[in-house]
Write a protein that binds this ligand. Structure first.
Ligand code: HEC
Ligand code: HEC
Length: 386
């Protein structure tokens, strides 16, 4: 390895790195710290992390029942909208910025993909669900999505899924109280969604090859060099899109234009998730005192200081399979990845078009055309094979 690398700048001193590059005196990419981060980016684990709050999370029978339920429009009050109306199992979502639900309802935000979804720590753009099973309760009961309720779910479970349901939960749908019907259907949905994955992408191979090239001292000739370097250095993408999911699992205000009444993002939902009866520490959780409950307590205890920064903050999405999920951002503002890169390049949308205060990390980047093109190519390479 190049001896210069040992004295290279830590990635956290990005501003210093930028200055150095302006003087043509840049530390070689990657530094040791950047090597670590590169190593963490590739090769998704075969299975999402365990979820002990749903005892059926990895039960094959629950997963196959969940698959049928996910595609069943009869769970909705209008009889025409299923989960798969807005999220198909290939990872595609809807082509429009907002999706259509029952009775002319329109969602407030752009649907994310369900591919690899249970690798994430929080669900929904504003993090208002802390587990994948409780997430499913939100679209089922949302007036603009499936507009459903326990009676509709129970009727359809009785009509079509009675035997499997009864075997899995040791009671019939009729013997399941209202609030529990919602949780149980959510747990089946999660068991299915956990199996919907696309893990291996050209990006993973590129990073592995690039790391080998670094060892051989030939990294600058590697075709992924400029894309990765821009992702780490001039683009600063790695500050938030990190780890194997390419998300830090946190929430940031980038300054994405949003004039809707839900523009406050995470801030408006934090009390909801802490007090929700369906959260991981609530009575419907199969492990009320586990890690997830601790995680909620962590949120509660740091809330005072963090609350202002939560205004207008949204979850860092995974970039895996991002080529499949246009349009982009929680508002669906951008049609293409080129548009997204341009957004970052100009330092976000205009002041005054979004709620709260933009994070200091998002600044005008002044990327060269070849750096922008290399970033787009890198983002495209993150889509896995089915
Ligand atoms: C009418 C369209 C629509 C329907 C029907 C729908 N969703 Fe969604 N889904 C969305 C939208 C829009 C979001 C983002 C909402 C937000 O963050 O505020 C979303 C978010 C999600 C997420 C969170 C993904 C993430 O990365 O955080 C999951 C998981 C999900 N939906 C699963 C489901 C399941 C399971 C069902 C059926 C029970 C369902 N959806 C029904 C539109 C829909
Ligand atoms: C400060 C943290 C942060 C940095 C730095 C950052 N992102 Fe993001 N990224 C986010 C968040 C948060 C969102 C969602 C924002 C929203 O919708 O309001 C997002 C959204 C995206 C999306 C849209 C994904 C989708 O499914 O809609 C893409 C693509 C993306 N970022 C790529 C990049 C690239 C490329 C860079 C570097 C030029 C970058 N990001 C830098 C946090 C960050």
């Amino acid at each position: 390895m190049n001896a210069n690398r040992l004295s290279a700048l830590p990635a956290s001193l990005l501003v210093v790195g930028l200055l150095a590059s302006a003087c043509g005196n840049e530390a070689p990419f990657p530094s040791l710290d950047e090597m670590d981060k590169l190593n963490q980016l590739h090769t998704m684990p075969r299975h999402p992390p365990a979820d002990t709050t749903n005892r059926l999370a990895d039960n094959p029978m629950a997963s196959s029942l969940g698959n049928r339920l996910f595609h069943d429009p009869k769970l909705s009050s209008c009889g025409t909208v299923s989960c798969s109306s807005c999220h198909d199992g290939d990872g595609r979502t809807v082509a429009k910025a907002k999706a259509d639900g029952c009775n002319g309802g329109v969602t407030g935000r752009n649907p994310p993909t369900i591919l690899n979804v249970d690798y994430l720590r929080w669900f929904m753009w504003d993090g208002r669900a802390d587990r994948l099973w409780n997430q499913a309760i939100l679209p089922m009961t949302s007036e603009v999505e499936m507009n459903s309720n326990p009676a509709i779910l129970r009727a359809q479970l009785n009509a079509t899924y009675m035997a499997d349901y009864t075997e899995l939960f040791n009671k019939t749908p009729d013997d399941t109280p209202d609030p529990e019907v919602l949780a149980n259907v959510g747990k089946l949905m999660q068991a299915y969604e956990r199996t919907v994955k696309r893990l291996d992408s050209p990006f993973d191979e590129d990073v592995k090859r690039f790391l080998a090239a670094v060892d051989a001292g030939t990294e600058e000739q590697d075709p992924a060099y400029l894309g990765l370097k821009t992702f780490f250095r001039n683009g600063q993408c790695i500050a938030c899109h990190q780890g194997v999911t390419m998300s830090d699992g946190l929430f940031h205000n980038l300054g994405v234009a949003d004039s809707s009444d839900s523009a406050a993002g995470q801030q408006a939902k934090i009390d909801f998730i802490l007090n929700w009866e369906y959260n991981a520490a609530g009575p419907f959780s199969d492990n009320r005192n586990g890690q997830d409950a601790e995680r909620l307590e962590g949120v509660r205890s740091t809330l005072g200081e963090k609350r202002p920064a939560m205004e207008g903050a949204y979850k860092t999405p995974s970039l895996r399979n991002v080529a499949l999920t246009a349009p982009y951002m929680h508002t669906g503002e951008f049609k293409t990845l080129e548009d997204v890169v341009e957004f970052y390049n100009k330092g976000g949308d205009e002041a005054g078009t979004f709620a709260g205060v933009r994070t200091q990390t998002i600044k005008k980047l002044d990327l060269k055309p070849e750096e922008k093109a290399a970033l787009v190519k890198l983002l495209e390479s993150m889509t896995g094979t089915p």
